[in-house]
Ligand binder design. Structure first.
Ligand code: ACO
Length: 169
């Protein structure tokens, strides 16, 4: 039977080096169903519109992702003192034909709670997602961001590789 509060992906994908650098006040771990109540959606509201998501819808989305092992990696930083989610980020793994059926990691939906920003949590989330990309065999990780965040990603080791194009549909 599926562990109802089990993690989204195996713990072996959690970078041990970054975990230990977080220190005793925080834990780095995969998303789990109880994060609905631990405030993951509140943290994402610092990034963009989230909407009114019921626990049932959250659970459905979580189960969809968990059924696709190797594709969805949503990583969490939890503040131990409160049990709240204070940081979140996603790596979505795309399978391609080019580059000998290569894999590309898409870094998505990075957010750190306002009260916790500036404490080097964001850079650790990106490092943790880069670790997963490397471990699963991606030949690169890519992301889109606003000019406002460019220097943050430069500090994470990323460089500007062109334009983002969008058409709302
Ligand atoms: N511009 C310039 N430098 C920045 C910025 C910025 N916007 N944000 C952080 N930095 C720098 C920090 O000063 C620090 O530099 P230092 O190492 O020289 O001291 C370094 O980047 C690392 O910063 P962290 O403390 O790890 O950043 P933080 O934990 O505050 O997280 C983040 C940064 C994720 C951008 C956070 O501010 C946030 O959640 N913002 C709101 C949501 C958002 O914009 N998310 C990114 C969307 S893009 C995407 O999802 C792909």
């Amino acid at each position: 039977m599926t562990d109802l509060n089990g993690p989204l992906f195996p713990l072996s994908f959690v970078c041990p080096d970054i975990s230990s650098k977080l220190g005793p006040d925080y834990v780095l771990r995969p998303l789990q169903l109880s994060d609905y109540k631990a405030g993951v959606l509140e943290v994402l509201k610092d990034l963009t519109t989230v909407g009114d998501i019921s626990e049932e819808r959250f659970t459905e989305q979580f189960e969809y992702m968990r059924a696709r092992q190797g594709e969805y990696f949503v990583i969490i930083i939890e503040k131990i003192a409160t049990g709240n989610v204070v940081g979140v980020g996603t790596l979505l793994v795309e399978r391609k034909f080019i580059h000998e059926c290569g894999l590309v990691g898409h870094i998505e939906d990075i957010a750190v709670a306002k009260s916790e920003q500036g404490k080097k949590l964001g850079i650790k989330i990106i490092g943790a997602l880069d670790f997963i990309g490397k471990k699963i065999g991606c030949y690169k990780n890519i992301l889109d961001c606003s000019p406002h965040n460019e220097q943050f990603y430069v500090k994470c080791g990323y460089s500007n590789a062109g334009f983002e194009m969008v058409r709302l549909i």
